[in-house]
Design a protein around this ligand. Structure first.
Ligand SMILES: *Cc1c(COP(=O)(O)O)cnc(C)c1O
Length: 429
């Protein structure tokens, strides 16, 4: 039994933590079996409690874009810790990271820091509603914006996996203000706007979704959204919690050249500590308290350790823009390798990729929205996931998640990954 100690730890955890985990996807419910427990991580590798070295393709769901325990980040946090860990009063480092983020991301003047991506999206929507004085929002099936009530309507990943798109506890009153459109389907958006004339505050979207696998925006889709927002006084919110500082220094706004009115961040911006943020033009951001009427606050927001980790991470990315090219090349290499092996083994599949995000779907037709993503063959995905894990490769434990490559991965790691797949690709037929 290769997961002996992990299994024992999971059983102990289940006595005291609901389901044994503090975030549902970690329980491996979608793929069966039990989660592995991690003892430490370094570079591209996780080390589990059973002393196995595992190549990591999740990078803590994105933040560890430069690999685990990246030295400049570790040093920054270690030094800061010695000076006290929280004051609840302003510190200089908050301005430093804000200034850097505003320089790196196009089209934003001001940024406010919070503690998670959930908080960032929840606050951005409140701001959009306060600013436009309208109540309704449009989101897309399969897009995940954290677990705040308004977003738990066909929310991809965890929600989709567990077949509970509408969680109990979300009131009908809240749900009725969230309108659902289909990704890559501008007509579905226009229809909702038509039916709710003058009532829609904002459209929130993962511009490149990663929570129903990786989905690529089709030509003119994001541009079309920008246009309908302009035509109808609707704010466009890009949820770049996953894509921000990952697909490019300036996220999807930079990569695809489409402007959002508000942008949310998380994951990479915290360098592995709990950080989220939302940003936009001064005109909108100044509508926040204390200058404006929209309330938003946080005891640990702008926490010095979190800011130190985030600042070190963003500084690395800003100073070494070649990282993005390197990540993209590695991801393309992996893509080509997987495609070749699966094709040779006669396994029907689809691979979606942009930059360092990639997902493999066991289905016949292109995966371009939630409906097509849901057609993937889940039993095959389970075999694929466990086959890779047994061979020391950790992929997302759900068919509805993207992989996030980190730049500590070497070509040797990628080749090992491909060799692992080759060993059992025939069983995926
Ligand atoms: C992870 C994620 C969130 C939620 O962030 P948390 O830090 O988990 O609250 C929101 N939006 C997107 C696109 C995400 O990937």
């Amino acid at each position: 039994m290769i997961y002996k100690r992990s299994s024992a730890l999971f059983n102990e955890a289940k006595k005291y933590i609901p389901g044994g985990v503090n975030s549902p996807v970690r329980a491996f419910s979608a793929v069966g079996g039990e989660p592995i427990y991690i003892k430490k991580a370094e570079g591209a590798y996780l080390y589990d409690e059973d002393d196995r070295k595992i190549i990591d393709y999740i990078a803590s769901w994105g933040p560890m874009i430069l690999g685990h325990a990246h030295q400049p980040v570790v040093d920054a946090v270690t030094e800061k810790t010695k000076l006290g860990t929280s004051f609840g009063i302003p510190t200089e480092i908050e301005t430093k990271i804000a200034k850097l983020a505003v320089e790196m991301v196009p089209n934003i003047d001001k940024i406010r820091f919070v503690n998670s991506g959930t908080e960032a999206c929840m606050s951005a929507v409140r701001l959009a509603r306060g600013f436009t004085k309208k109540d309704k929002i449009i989101k897309f099936a399969g897009c995940y914006h954290g677990h705040s009530d308004s977003f738990l309507i066909q929310a991809g990943s965890g929600g989709a996996t567990f077949g509970e798109p509408n969680s109990p506890g979300v009131t009908k009153g809240t749900a009725k203000d969230t309108l659902l459109a289909n990704y890559n389907d501008l007509e579905s958006v226009k229809k909702l706007i038509e039916e709710n004339k003058g009532e829609i505050a904002c459209i929130i979207i993962e511009p490149v979704p990663g929570n129903m696998g990786c989905i690529i925006p089709e030509k003119d889709f994001l541009e079309g959204l920008r246009q309908v927002c302009d035509d109808n006084d609707i704010l466009l919110i890009f949820d770049e919690v996953m894509t921000g500082f990952r697909l490019a220094k300036g996220g999807v706004q930079e990569l695809l050249g489409v402007k959002a009115d508000l942008v949310t961040f998380g994951k990479v911006i915290g360098g592995g500590l709990p950080v989220g943020a939302f940003a936009g033009k001064s005109e909108i951001m100044d509508y926040l308290a204390p200058d404006g009427p929209v309330y938003q606050a946080g005891t640990l927001s702008g926490n010095p350790l979190a800011m130190a980790a985030g600042l070190a991470m963003l500084t690395e990315l800003n100073n070494n823009p070649e990282i993005y090219k390197s990540l993209e090349e590695k991801t393309a290499y992996l893509h080509n390798g997987i495609a070749e092996i699966l094709t040779e083994a006669g396994v029907t599949h689809q691979i979606n990729r942009l930059g360092s995000m990639i997902s493999v779907h066991f289905c016949e037709n292109p995966v371009r929205d939630f409906e097509s993503a849901a057609k993937g063959n889940n039993p095959k995905f389970k075999t694929y996931f466990h086959g890779m894990l047994e061979r020391g490769v950790y992929l997302p434990p759900s068919a509805f998640e993207s992989y996030f490559l980190n730049n500590a991965l070497s070509y040797e790691d990628l080749d090992k990954t491909l060799s692992a797949l080759k060993e059992f690709a025939g069983t995926l037929k």
